[in-house]
Design a protein around this ligand. Structure first.
Ligand code: G3H
Ligand code: ZN
Length: 283
């Protein structure tokens, strides 16, 4: 069955590793990610954005994730990524999600706290874990589009207040990474990660995990990041294989012939992240 993130994130923070949230975009993503988890003996989080839910259908997202979790003997959470309202969060919980993110980062702090707290109260009453967000993460992902000049770092004292007042199970803080493809190398503020990790009990989440150099990820995890979100790198892996195969083989008409190898490429990418994050062997 699908489990709450509390089944593995507190342990990850304590033992100094991070669990990956791998976003799902279609059936092949679900299959690739669960196979990677099985082979690496790693807990994992399926991330479903509102855009992915619109594309796949809410019931399909839940059904595919449940089947995958049942077939694997590793802990699997199904997590709403960047939920934009109380209503969307409730729809997902009712449909069977085991975890949700409420992203109120674009609201003033008071309002973010008020709205997140309401989500936490409702979610906790049915055993669903909640991730909140503080500061503004730059870049583009589905419905979110934050210009570089509008991205702002999280403030540690606000993180402490946010965590105490909302009681979130995990907290995403803006520390310099961005969604989507980077134009250059991200400048990660490790000092903020370290300070917030020391101030609050809840595990820290790093969004925009694609394209971050391995060494930067290792340092971020050593400073207290316990969950890392990855979507773009898997999309790139899939696209590259499909593009190459179709370019080389104009007569290739069976989608299984190009989506199968693309699925394999996603699986390898996810396995690499699980090893890098230190979650391999932790299931
Ligand atoms: O919420 C999802 C992740 O933050 C995706 O980040 O675009 O770097 O893969 P990414
Ligand atoms: Zn994100």
């Amino acid at each position: 069955p699908l489990v709450s993130m509390n089944a593995f994130l507190p342990r990850a923070k304590k033992e100094g590793f991070a669990v990956g949230q791998f976003n799902i975009n279609n059936l092949e993503f679900v299959q690739a990610i669960i196979e990677a988890g099985k082979e690496e003996r790693s807990p994992l989080i399926f991330g479903a954005s509102e855009g992915a839910i619109r594309y796949m259908g809410l019931k399909n997202v839940v059904a595919l994730s449940k089947v995958a979790a049942e077939e694997a003997d590793v802990p699997v959470a199904l997590h709403l990524d960047h939920g934009s309202s109380f209503e969307v969060v409730m729809q997902c919980i009712q449909a069977g999600f085991s975890s949700v993110m409420f992203d109120g980062s674009h609201y003033p702090l008071e309002e973010n706290i008020r709205l997140t707290k309401k989500v936490v109260e409702a979610a906790h009453s049915v055993g669903v874990s909640v991730e909140g967000e503080l500061g503004t993460i730059g870049g583009v992902e589905d419905d979110l589009d934050v210009k570089d000049e509008d991205a702002s770092l999280a403030k540690p004292e606000e993180a402490l207040r946010f965590w105490k007042e909302t009681n979130v199970d995990a907290l995403a803080i803006a520390v310099g990474t961005a969604h989507g493809l980077y134009k250059g190398e991200p400048k990660i503020h490790y000092d903020i990660i370290e300070e917030v990790a020391g101030l609050i009990e809840a595990p820290i989440v790093l969004h925009g995990g694609s394209g971050v150099p391995d060494e930067a990820i290792r340092i971020a995890v050593s400073k207290g990041v316990a969950k890392i979100n990855v979507n773009t790198e898997n999309q790139v892996a899939m696209g590259k294989v499909v593009r190459e195969l179709l370019d080389k083989n104009p007569d290739m008409i069976d989608p299984r012939k190009y989506l199968g190898p693309a699925r394999e490429a996603i699986k390898e990418t996810v396995k690499g992240k699980m090893r890098l994050f230190g979650s391999s062997g932790k299931a």
